[in-house]
Design a protein around this ligand. Structure first.
Ligand SMILES: [Zn+2]
Length: 182
């Protein structure tokens, strides 16, 4: 973010400039039309001398400024990835197979959410992405998703049932046309 940016917060403009001691200083509010400094003429109203327009602000000058700065900081942080340290590190991993099929599962996290990743599919000599499904079970959003670049689960499973703490998500697949052809 450039310190030449003006940020519109609460309908008026603000500027944030780096400060060697405190990190940042926030200046404003400025008129959103002509960028003139607004002057508070009552507790929560500021006026532009140039446009003669008045702007309602949520609080008194000092509090509004602090809130505007907090909004600015939140917007700076909005793109940061979230890594959850609340979730204890886990070594849950499972693998099972027989002559024809295999299933592998492990726990991971994405954007701070706990995700169980399951691979299930058919063994083949030239193993490819289309031999198995790649299923994501989002424990925090209580959702099941699939990687569509892999085999779709409805091509070889009849149902997927996931029992979450607060709800049960179950997907019963229709018999696919591929099965009928066999
Ligand atoms: Zn103005």
């Amino acid at each position: 973010m450039s310190y030449k940016n003006l940020y519109k917060i609460f309908g008026v403009l603000w500027r944030v400039v780096p400060n060697a001691i405190y990190g940042n200083d926030i200046f404003g509010p400025y008129c959103p039309n002509c960028k003139t400094d607004l002057k508070y003429h009552s507790l929560n109203e500021a006026k532009c001398d140039h446009c003669e327009k008045a702007f309602k602000l949520p609080h008194s000058q000092g509090v509004t400024k602090k809130q505007a700065y907090r909004r600015y900081q939140a917007s700076v942080r909005s793109g940061y990835p979230v890594v959850s340290l609340d979730t204890p590190p886990t070594k849950v991993k499972a693998y099972s197979e027989d002559k024809n099929y295999f299933i592998r599962a492990h726990m991971t996290q994405k954007d701070g959410r706990r995700i169980a990743v399951v691979y299930v599919g058919e063994k083949s000599k030239k193993q490819s992405k289309k031999d198995y499904s790649h299923i994501f079970i989002d424990l925090d959003q209580q959702q099941i998703r699939y990687d569509t670049t892999n085999k779709m689960p409805d091509e070889f499973l009849t149902a997927l049932v996931c029992e979450f703490k607060n709800n049960t998500t179950s997907t019963r697949f229709k018999k696919s046309s591929k099965d009928k052809r066999k």
